[in-house]
Write a protein that binds this ligand. Structure first.
Ligand code: ATP
Ligand code: MG
Length: 419
């Protein structure tokens, strides 16, 4: 019996992988221009890192983590998200000592034990960015400008940036109390999850997908009405800068996000096309997280986007595997050996070149060249080799010319760079 992969964990095969490479390359390019540098952290961390940062009563920590004991008995967890590991590394390596401002990005797999469905998997790929050390509203706006610029660059259709503010340690507890008071009177209408956690995590009820909960909370008090002066000023400034940078957005006062560490600005990139999996990217400010994890008292803000959802949304017709510049076809034993040498030489020079390796007929070799969509085919026979020439066929133009082997490289380089 053959062995299959694990449910909810996908292979990304050649043919699809080009889309992923494109999404990743564009992120590296754009995030690089905005001054972000890559950080790579392990896929496994001590379980307590996630419990302490994401929060004990969140969906992720309550039900979605892949947690196990290693042989030494330490509780470990496959990372469900990237911010906590990045902050852990930031604190551990005292990155703040080298530079008070750090702009970081990461690309890699995350793991959550959820029910697999379209756009929701158990291993999925995120690209995330974090700015640590700055709490100016300009940074919130700049991060969002970069995110929407990325979405434009990879041409994601029909997405909307939604923003909200979740307040701070001063105003959120007051709001929380007000919300608990509101929910208390409507407990019977709430789903069992929301009933259970309405005192420990009341904000989740606003975000609950169960229709009863949505109805019960339709007139709930909003965080935005309870922001303290500092938070409300910050949120006003963020909006002013977004307008100034011409970044379109909508305020969504019900957005709460699924992680406890968020403060002030939170946001999501939302699409209408993926059903319940409507968030393609999400994030927010986390001004307490670094200190809570034992680091210095520094503010931070960041986002993560899911590549599977992005890949489902973009039109990838144009993103294709690179075509070989040249296919070397040979006739005869001498030519086969000389052609193989030429092929390797060209590859070493950076020409994407291919051949058929098992000594098949010219017809079969040309079929292979067609299948690979080679731009040019070089046909080299024993007698031509003796005369020091070869036939170079331009597959797109359907034209053919004889070229001298001594000039071949220069000729190819020219042809190829024009292609
Ligand atoms: P959702 O509400 O859809 O569960 P989330 O709030 O749990 O999303 P975040 O933790 O904010 O998601 O993660 C950021 C992004 O990562 C999401 O917007 C989404 O694109 C992607 N993502 C999250 N969970 C999954 C998953 N199980 N499979 C695929 N992508 C995911
Ligand atoms: Mg989730």
């Amino acid at each position: 019996m053959s062995i299959s992969g694990i449910k909810g964990m996908n292979d990304i095969l050649p043919g699809a992988v080009e889309t992923w490479q494109h999404l990743e390359q564009e992120a590296r390019r754009i995030f690089g221009t905005f001054g972000y540098r890559e950080i790579r952290v392990p896929v496994v961390e001590k379980t307590e890192l996630f419990c302490r940062s994401i929060g004990e009563t969140t969906d992720i920590v309550e039900k979605e983590m892949y947690t196990f004991s290693d042989k030494g008995g330490t509780s470990m967890t496959l990372r469900p998200e990237g911010t906590a590991p990045v902050i852990r590394a930031f604190i551990q390596h005292k990155l703040y000592a080298q530079d008070p401002v750090n702009k970081l990005y990461y690309i890699g797999p995350m793991f959550r034990h959820e029910r697999p469905q379209k756009g929701r998997y158990r291993q999925f790929q995120q690209i995330g960015a974090e700015v640590i050390g700055l709490d100016d509203p300009k940074i919130d706006a700049q991060l969002l400008a970069m995110l929407s610029h990325y979405f434009e660059a990879v041409q994601v259709p029909d997405v909307e940036l939604q923003v909200n503010s979740l307040g701070c340690a001063e105003c959120r507890p007051v709001y929380r109390q007000a919300l608990i008071g509101y929910l208390e009177k409507r407990l019977a209408q709430l789903c069992s999850d929301c009933q259970r956690r309405y005192t420990t995590n009341p904000l989740r009820a606003l975000d609950c997908k169960v229709p009863g909960c949505q109805e019960a909370t339709s007139e709930a008090p909003a965080m935005l009405e309870h922001l303290c002066e500092g938070c409300s000023g910050h949120f006003d400034q963020v909006q002013m800068h977004l307008h100034n940078l011409e970044v379109p957005f909508k305020i969504n006062p019900r957005m709460v996000r699924g992680l406890d560490y968020y403060t002030k600005t939170t946001f999501e990139m939302v699409t209408g096309s993926l059903g319940a999996q409507n968030a393609v990217a999400a994030g927010g400010r986390y001004d307490r997280l670094i200190a809570d994890l034992g680091g210095p008292d520094l503010p931070g803000i960041g986002f993560a986007m899911g590549l599977e959802r992005l890949a489902l949304l973009i039109d990838d017709q144009e993103i294709m595997a690179a075509r070989p510049d040249l296919f070397v076809a040979t006739l005869g034993r001498e030519a086969e050996i000389a052609g193989f040498k030429l092929l390797t030489k060209l590859q070493r020079q950076g020409v994407q070149a291919e051949m058929e390796y098992s000594g098949k007929s010219l017809k079969a070799q040309l079929r292979r060249a067609d299948k690979l969509r080679a731009r040019h085919v070089l046909i080299l026979g024993d007698d031509e080799l003796e005369r020091g020439v070869a036939q170079l066929r331009d597959m797109d133009q359907s034209s053919q010319e004889e070229v001298a082997l001594v000039n071949l490289e220069a000729h190819l380089q020219k042809n190829v760079s024009e292609a």
